[in-house]
Design a protein around this ligand. Structure first.
Ligand SMILES: O=P(O)(O)OC[C@H]1O[C@H](O)[C@H](O)[C@@H](O)[C@@H]1O
Length: 320
């Protein structure tokens, strides 16, 4: 060993590394999971970059996942946070995306894990990392031949999932890597876990224009000046009057459970299939609709246009 008589005393006293998040790739490379030193955790399936679990420090699950969710990469996951891109629903009248299946290909493509970054916060007493950011990528190179044929554009997506003790942030960067312009829709389809839908109310959607997809014919109307209660099958696309930065809050029994703030995502889709859940093959238990509410942040009204080389970014923070 090299003798260092002039070794700086600070070096000699350097403490061990502060607690770091543990990030693991498990299940034969199909899942990425991270646990903060404070106990919060997240799990992301590379298939669809679908967040399938998000737990708080006490181990309580925040997301609803169907008991019959298929997680082997053969079908979009029923629950968690699937990603909708480049089309919301189907768009038979929109030439460029008309050949794509419902909600596009992002949720049924296998993403690449690009790595993690951490950040420290003085709030963490022991100086450990207070958040972890996990990045995932998808480009046309990774698409199935079928998807490439249906949507023949060059693109790059970077999806970042940031877990902190205060909540979960998901952001998407969309880049046009090709030489022609194209347009897209995008949605973060969050299935939030609640205990009893009859006790839930949603604020932040008051006096806002919304498309009621359950009404026949589908109609656009303005919501009343009060919280939204779910009392039957609900499928609505709101454009909240307060804009993306005004929180949409989900309370249960008067207690706030989630608060969602958006960036560049102007719409909020509220979905609960109610008793029709029994006709959704991978939705279980059939009365599981009582324990979930989808409050989804998206850019789904009209289209986001990207010229060659342009980048677009949008995201949400789900606070607890
Ligand atoms: O069954 P999926 O294709 O996963 O779609 C589930 C739901 O997604 C969104 O919330 C749409 O607004 C609904 O119309 C749709 O039923």
């Amino acid at each position: 060993m090299v003798d260092r008589p002039k070794k700086p005393s600070a070096l000699a006293a350097t403490p061990g590394l502060a607690p770091q998040p543990q990030v693991n790739i498990t299940h034969s490379n199909s899942t990425v999971s991270a646990v903060l030193p404070t106990g919060e955790s997240v799990e992301i399936l590379l298939y669809g970059a679908t967040i399938t679990s998000w737990k708080d420090a006490a181990g309580d699950e925040k997301l609803w996942l169907s008991e019959k969710a298929v997680t082997d990469g053969t079908k979009a996951v029923r629950g968690g946070i699937p990603l909708v891109f480049p089309v919301f629903g189907t768009a038979p009248d929109h030439e460029a995306t008309s050949k794509l299946p419902q909600h596009g290909f992002a949720r049924t493509s296998t993403w690449e894990f690009l790595g993690k970054s951490t950040s420290e916060s003085s709030e963490t007493k022991d100086g450990g990392d207070s958040s972890v950011k996990l990045d995932f990528g998808l480009s046309d190179a990774e698409l199935s031949e079928e998807s490439k044929k249906a949507w023949p554009y060059s693109f790059g997506l970077i999806y970042s999932v940031t877990l902190s003790k205060d909540g979960l942030t998901t952001t998407m960067l969309v880049r046009n890597e090709g030489e022609t312009s194209w347009d897209f829709q995008l949605l973060m389809h969050s299935y939030l876990r609640i205990s009893d839908i009859s006790a839930v109310s949603v604020t932040g959607l008051e006096s806002s224009s919304y498309v009621d997809k359950v009404a026949s014919p589908i109609s656009t109307t303005t919501s009343p000046d009060g919280p939204v209660k779910i009392t039957g099958k609900t499928d609505r696309v709101y454009t909240p009057a307060g804009g993306p930065s005004a929180p949409v809050a989900i309370s249960e029994g008067g207690k706030k459970k989630f608060s969602i703030v958006r960036d560049n995502l102007n719409e909020v889709v509220v979905w609960n299939p109610w008793v029709d859940a029994k006709s959704i093959g991978d939705f279980a238990p059939a009365d599981g609709y009582k324990q979930m509410i989808c409050v989804e942040s998206g850019a789904v009204k009209g289209w986001q246009k990207l010229e060659a080389g342009e980048t677009w970014e949008g995201g949400q923070i789900i606070g607890v």
